[in-house]
Design a protein around this ligand. Sequence first.
Ligand code: F6P
Length: 205
Amino acid sequence: PRSIYLSRHGESMYNLEGKIGGDADLSERGWKYAQKLPELVKKVLKSEEHDDYDDDDDTDIKLTVWTSTLKRTQQTASYLPYDKLQWKALDELDAGACDGLTYEEIELQFPQDFKERDENKYEYRYRGGESYRDVVIRLEPIIMELELQENILIITHQAILRCIYAYFMNIPQEESPWMSIPLHTLIKLEPRAFKTIVERIKADI
Ligand code: F6P
């Protein structure tokens, strides 16, 4: 049975500074996660195989890594020895006029927007940017492709992963803005007939 693996990119310089959006590089800690990820992935793939008689290190399970077009996801994937594919549709929710600001700066510069987002985070669309609803729509082709594929590891961004996670967990999309998708954690989803089995593996970094 196939699995879908999800991970946010490692901590970025913007994450450290509390800024949203952008195309920042990984922080030192983020690079540590990138270095740790191959081992983490190998471990979960290995547990998938269930063949105790074969103790060689290589796994027969085929895996493809999908990233966004942003540097932080590609840097996170850089040590992984699998085929990789970049998708523009996996780029982070576009914060438009607020891109590169902290939440405090948004509250000061765009108080009305800040309030509107707080009141309806799913529907709120950033000026010149996107809402969660917009993201759900742009992810449709990705979800369709995922349904056809075997094992995929998706390394992307918080808002994007919240929507993908809600989809596979059969949680209404309106709730996606509040899904907990922490940094430096590999999430394994095994879609089954009536429910999806979830496992979260936190990196020790
Ligand atoms: O802070 C990281 C980040 O990925 C931002 O780039 C993005 O705008 C934000 O998270 C999405 O989370 P929220 O919808 O809770 O603001």
